[in-house]
Write a protein that binds this ligand. Structure first.
Ligand SMILES: Nc1ncnc2c1ncn2[C@@H]1O[C@H](COP(=O)(O)OP(=O)(O)OP(=O)(O)O)[C@@H](O)[C@H]1O
Length: 241
């Protein structure tokens, strides 16, 4: 995919995000290694989404840093992409939405159409190509958003609650796409509320509570022997906030 040059590891060092005197993300440090799947978990309002946005560069930290293989910024085109809970689609066809996303990438204008078609075909969406993206079902739109992200050929994909608005069938389809991305060598960093999904997908878990990182733990160990009392309660479904 990207040859030997990598933007990984991703390293968050003392990452802090303060609004009106409140540290919503509080001195969070972790490492994401190449080719891994990291699931960020924690109760509502823990700071999961903010942490993803800080890593993706949508927000600037109040203090601390995000570095990519030792550098503050990724040079050249962005090598990380993000998929949100509710995808934003332009008022044009499914295919044109993917082509448009490719307009700021290394793909030449001649290649964009082919790359977009390849992305739809790869994930079983070819028959939706000509349909207006905004009239697709929620599940179809999210799969399209995932295919659009894949088309960008990112090394790292951030996913913010990508299945929380979906039914079980669409959730399964999105999980299969995540597995395919991972098999392609993509590094995944994702938030979810779904413990079953985290068990199915995670290599490591980052557990946040009140903006603080309480655990960075291999997934199996997190579910079998959580270190913190808060994580134990969370796994039992007893910690919602
Ligand atoms: N722009 C903002 N201004 C003020 N508070 C904010 C802002 N953005 C987020 N917050 C607050 O920061 C906290 C963490 O938000 P975040 O969206 O990261 O939580 P989360 O862990 O993703 O929660 P959930 O699981 O409910 O989506 C929440 O209490 C939220 O209300």
């Amino acid at each position: 995919m990207h040859g030997s040059f990598s933007i990984l590891p991703l390293r968050a060092d003392g990452l802090t995000y303060v609004i009106r005197g409140r540290a919503l993300v509080d001195n969070v440090s972790f490492v994401v290694a190449r080719g891994t799947r990291t699931i960020i978990m924690g109760p509502n309002g823990a700071g999961k989404s903010l942490t993803l946005r800080l890593c993706h560069g949508l927000l600037q930290p109040s203090s601390g840093s995000v570095t990519w293989n030792g550098a503050a910024q990724v040079n050249g085109r962005k090598r990380h992409a993000m998929v949100f809970q509710r995808p934003v689609m332009l008022r044009r066809s499914a295919l044109a939405n993917v082509v448009h996303a490719l307009s700021l990438t290394r793909f030449s204008s001649a290649d964009r159409q082919a790359r977009a078609s390849e992305a739809l075909a790869r994930f079983g969406l070819a028959e939706l190509a000509r349909r207006p993206a905004r009239i697709l079902s929620g599940g179809e739109q999210q799969r399209l958003a995932m295919a659009r992200a894949w088309a960008l050929d990112p090394e790292v994909l951030f996913l913010d609650e990508p299945t929380s608005a979906l039914d079980p069938a669409a959730t399964r389809a999105v999980e299969e796409m995540i597995e395919a991305f991972h098999a392609d060598g993509m590094t995944i960093v994702m938030t979810t509320h779904d413990l079953g999904q985290a068990r199915r997908l995670a290599d490591q878990v980052l557990f946040l509570h009140h903006g603080r990182l309480l655990e960075q733990t291999p997934a199996e160990e997190f579910f079998e022997r959580p270190r913190s009392e808060a994580a134990r309660a969370f796994i039992k479904g007893e910690l919602l906030w």
